[in-house]
Design a protein around this ligand. Structure first.
Ligand SMILES: Nc1ncnc2c1ncn2[C@@H]1O[C@H](COP(=O)(O)OP(=O)(O)OP(=O)(O)O)[C@@H](O)[C@H]1O
Ligand SMILES: [Mg+2]
Length: 495
């Protein structure tokens, strides 16, 4: 690998009202390397790549690409320099096909729009090059997140890409999809493409990156060769102190039964049977597509129950709408924060109290003091990085938006909490806070149902595990039998 820089920044700054998102960043990305960016939620990772891609204008400083220096880039200039980004939130048109998305608004050398047949052929070739089998005519809306990711990559490499920037590409992927993505990334590197890779999953950095740069609080901290650092050192640089990463233990006596499902079928999921108690964290394991999120929608009343019975404190209940679930005391922290989690153009404060208005209202209006107490509490507990509680959610970093989704459901103080991928996109420090908070909740007598694709987290936090495979329950595992292999075997249907 060469030590020749492909892109560097000089004293780059990006300020928003009350926020120094990037403060005096000078960083060098070498030609042909896989360069990881790490840092806590809100550290400034997405901010710097947006400036590299011409999607946002620096407040001051310069960017040098291939020897040319700019005070800011337009999106077209960035493209012409060979810089392509796959953002944290996908940028695809769901109602269009893969091929249409890849060649959206693209012209041939002669200036004509690429025609349909040509598009499909070229898309097919790209997929082949990436080693995947996707029909170019398939609509984006029918793809799994992993397949969408691949379409994004195909779109990027269909141009003359020199620097491919990926912002948390593995967050929505299954284990198998992550492996495929790594293979693709390694192939791109072999072709001489430079890669910037953002992820909160430290093991991924050690698996594929050459170097890693750490950001903290808008500042650049350090760049290290991955082969010359350790997980501990990396985490310490990120959070600015030593952090022991372990699952906090708890000592909770399980209380009475809170929720029981008998032969529950609905939303494509079949034959689910389990009982859960006060003070218990019941984990749900399974591969993506196993039906875990679908099952949670049934329990939460977002999808109808086809047959079977749900008992709440021993009594059969018919939850036909989510509002009924909430009234009973069942809350859900959804997997998809963008669409079902929070209102993007509302403030943190409003999003937090919207499900617990009775808690914060005065005689007629919202009591500002009570509201502030509730909001301050969760902003502090979850470490939401923001200049004020009035900040609009859309102005928060990805991970901090996720924290507001958590705050909203936690503030509602429901007896049964369904957490669907609670720590996806959340940094290491905040993860520890969330685990501590979950322990607090069960110690107070709440019940938690947790769906997670993070196996160590599932094993570390659950009391028992319900395993689903292809939309059916295949077993329940007791804590004493927990092991990664056992769970994976069962989840893949081999046990
Ligand atoms: N449009 C905006 N207006 C105001 N503040 C913003 C805006 N965009 C980003 N910020 C702030 O800039 C800071 C850096 O955000 P950025 O998105 O770069 O973080 P990040 O490192 O990508 O975090 P995450 O891991 O959560 O994705 C955050 O405090 C964020 O709230
Ligand atoms: Mg980000």
């Amino acid at each position: 690998m060469s030590e020749r820089p492909f892109l560097s920044t000089q004293h780059l700054c990006k300020y928003y009202p009350g926020v120094k998102a990037n403060d005096d960043i000078s960083i060098t990305i070498n030609q042909g390397e896989i360069h990881a960016l790490m840092g806590e939620n809100g550290a400034g990772k997405s901010t710097i790549i947006k400036m590299m891609a011409g999607a946002s204008e620096p407040t001051s400083g310069t960017i040098t690409v291939d020897g040319q220096t700019f005070t800011s880039l337009t999106p077209q200039q960035a493209k012409d320099l060979g810089i392509e980004v796959i953002y944290q939130e996908f940028n695809l048109v769901p109602s269009m096909s893969c091929a249409e998305n890849i060649f959206l608004n693209r012209h041939t050398n002669q200036g004509f729009l690429v025609d349909a047949k040509d598009r499909a052929d070229r898309a097919r070739e790209l997929f082949k090059e990436l080693g995947v089998d996707i029909d170019p005519d398939r609509l984006i809306s029918t793809l799994s997140p992993g397949q969408m990711q691949i379409v994004e990559i195909a779109k990027a490499i269909s141009t003359d890409v020199k620097l491919l920037i990926m912002d948390e590409p593995t967050a929505p992927l299954t284990v198998a999809e992550v492996e495929l993505l790594f293979k693709i990334v390694a192939d791109l590197k072999k072709k001489g493409i430079t890669i910037i890779y953002i992820s909160h999953r430290i093991e991924e950095i050690f698996a594929i990156a050459d170097r890693v740069s750490v950001f903290r609080d808008g500042h650049y901290i350090d760049t290290m060769k991955v082969s010359e650092t350790t997980r501990q050192e990396l985490v310490a640089k990120m959070v600015g102190r030593e952090l022991t990463e372990s699952y906090p233990s708890r000592n909770v006596e399980l209380g009475e039964e809170t929720l029981r499902l008998e032969n529950v079928c609905g939303n494509g999921v079949k034959n689910v049977n389990f009982t859960v108690h006060r003070g218990e964290i019941l984990g749900f394991a399974g591969l993506i597509g196993a039906g875990r999120t679908e099952l949670m929608s049934v329990i939460y009343g977002a999808e109808p129950l086809d047959s079977g019975t749900i008992y709440f404190h021993g009594k059969p209940v018919h939850i036909k709408e989510t509002s009924e679930a909430i009234k009973l005391g069942i809350g859900l922290i959804p997997e998809d924060r963008k669409n079902s989690g929070v209102f993007q153009s509302w403030s943190i404060a409003w999003n937090t109290v919207i499900m617990c208005l009775e808690k914060v209202s005065g005689k007629v209006f919202v009591d500002n003091k009570k509201e502030k107490e509730v909001v301050d509490h969760y902003v502090r507990e979850l470490g939401v990085k923001t200049p004020s509680n009035e900040q609009l959610v859309k102005n928060l970093s990805g991970g901090n938006q996720q924290k507001v989704v958590l705050a909203k459901t936690l503030a509602a103080d429901t007896e049964i909490l369904i957490f669907d991928e609670p720590t996806r996109g959340i940094d290491v420090g905040a993860k520890q806070e969330i685990y501590a908070l979950m322990n607090d909740l069960v110690e107070k007598g709440h019940t938690i149902l947790m769906v997670s694709s993070d196996m160590p987290e599932l094993l570390g936090m659950s009391d028992r595990l319900v395993v689903l495979c292809e939309k059916e329950q295949v077993g329940i595992i007791e804590k004493k039998d927990f092991s990664q292999e056992y769970v994976l075997d069962m989840a893949s249907g081999t046990k």
